[in-house]
Design a protein around this ligand. Structure first.
Ligand code: GUN
Ligand code: ZN
Length: 438
């Protein structure tokens, strides 16, 4: 049996770093290697040691002097918004009505969905992202298209058909019953098939009636191993409207709580303006707050207080994400650069070890998939990214003065994008070089 030995400067986090000097938090080998067999990592560490473990037939991919990390994870993205990204001049609710809903209507056409799913996953891989938690459109066919493309590439992705039955154009509305039935059928067909995972996806409280929220709660109770994904506390007008629509709820978070939608598999996009009570409810239920910095800046939504959430007495589980097409870039490097600035605007710093932990192991833990992705630990799937911190002339000249790993990571995050991504392995197979239009 042929094994693949991926050689380079290996970096994988064991736990969340406590400071910019906390190299104990990671496995770091300057002449390292990852041994891959049947799509899984079987050994990692010093090259000479791993080479002897590899035994007989072994193919070597020599990526020295580049860094080898777990593939990036994007915890919140809308694949039908590839033609929404870069839409000018609106805050959330107008942006949804003027740009997003018209584009998502086109996904009634299954061919369109398939084409965009293909382009979307190509783009994710080009950017070093090997796992996404994706919103599809309301149309069942859009989720089928996404899963078919994802499965064909053997990617570990989480996705779901959006449920929305009010406050949206007729063509984009399902009903409590059809939303339930389509979701149920998609779970039966796709959840756990190959590497695919299903997320029950009520878009947000504004676009679901109480009847549909009941159905989403029923699905969540019936499928506790599925994820739940929705939006929470992104924009002040949105918060006001959601609270008006559910006057019996204590606050926006309580709307979801009342329908049984909080929990350890629940991913809440944005969570910018949570009260202490809401943050407690999120923490106590193990729910995840998803930080989408480029989107929050682009739509003028507000500043996610990363350190407040992480350091409070009852800390929140936090993930990071692009939120394309409210977000403005597919790259998780660009995303963490903007995350740094959002944190800086609040008088704090997000250190580069923490950033790279977040977009690998941190996001995997937040999505409860760290046993499969987000690290280079033996037994996990071989989703890997190879990064070149000298990829452009500007990066190269800056690298001349870099003396530590943390500085190199910060340079990658600040100046890097898809050009810094030299190769991507999806379940052990080189995927970036294999793209038709890399
Ligand atoms: N809230 C409800 N739907 C959306 C969406 O598509 N993008 C963003 N950023 N927020 C939302
Ligand atoms: Zn979103």
């Amino acid at each position: 049996m042929t094994s693949l030995l991926i050689r380079g400067r290996v970096l994988s986090f064991r736990r969340e770093p406590e400071s910019v000097d906390d190299l104990e938090s990671c496995l770091h080998e300057e002449d390292g290697a990852v041994l891959v067999r049947d799509g899984k990592i079987v050994a990692v560490g010093d090259f000479a040691v791993v080479r002897t473990q590899a035994g007989g037939v072994v193919e070597i991919a020599d990526h020295r002097p580049h860094l080898i990390l777990p593939g990036f994870i994007d915890a919140h993205v809308h694949f039908p918004q590839m033609q929404v990204i870069a839409s000018y001049g609106a805050e959330l609710l107008d942006w949804l009505n003027d740009y997003t809903f018209p584009e998502e209507s086109k996904f009634a056409d299954a061919q369109h969905g398939r084409r965009v799913a293909r382009l979307f996953l190509d783009e994710a891989v080009r950017q070093g992202t090997t796992t996404v938690a994706a919103y599809c459109s309301v149309h069942k066919a859009s989720a089928e298209a996404f899963f078919e493309e994802s499965h064909a590439r053997n990617m570990l992705n989480i996705a779901g058909k959006v449920m929305m039955d009010r406050n949206a154009p007729e063509a984009l509305r399902d009903t409590p019953q059809t939303g339930y039935d389509d979701t149920k059928a998609l779970i039966a067909e796709w959840h756990g098939r190959g590497r695919q995972l299903y997320a029950i996806t009520p878009r947000f409280a504004i676009t679901s009636t109480p009847e549909q929220m009941e159905m989403a709660g029923a699905l969540t109770a019936e499928h506790p191993d599925c994820h739940v994904q929705t939006h929470l506390s992104e924009n002040h007008a949105e918060i006001r409207w959601a609270e008006e629509l559910y006057p019996q709820a204590k606050d926006y978070t309580d709307i979801y709580a009342r329908y049984g939608l909080l929990g350890g598999n629940s991913l809440f996009g944005h969570c910018i303006h949570l009260s202490e009570r809401e943050a407690d409810a999120m923490s106590e239920s193990g729910s995840v707050a998803v930080f989408c910095p480029t989107s929050n800046l682009f739509l003028g939504s507000g500043l996610f207080d990363y350190h407040r959430y992480r350091r409070r007495g009852k800390p929140l589980r936090v993930a990071s994400a692009t939120d394309v097409g409210g977000g403005t870039n597919y790259s998780m490097l660009r995303t963490m650069d903007e995350a740094y600035k959002v944190v800086a605007l609040q008088g704090e710093k997000l250190n580069p070890l923490q950033s790279f932990w977040q977009l690998t192991r941190g996001n995997a833990e937040a999505l409860s998939i760290a046993d499969r992705a987000g690290t280079l630990e033996p037994g996990t799937d071989a989703d890997i990214v190879v990064l070149d911190a000298s990829a452009t002339p500007a990066m190269k000249v800056r690298m001349e003065t870099v003396t530590t790993l943390a500085q190199e990571l910060f340079l990658l995050q600040t100046l890097g994008d898809d050009r810094a991504v030299r190769e991507v392995y999806v379940a052990g197979k080189a995927a970036k070089g294999a793209l038709l239009h890399p």
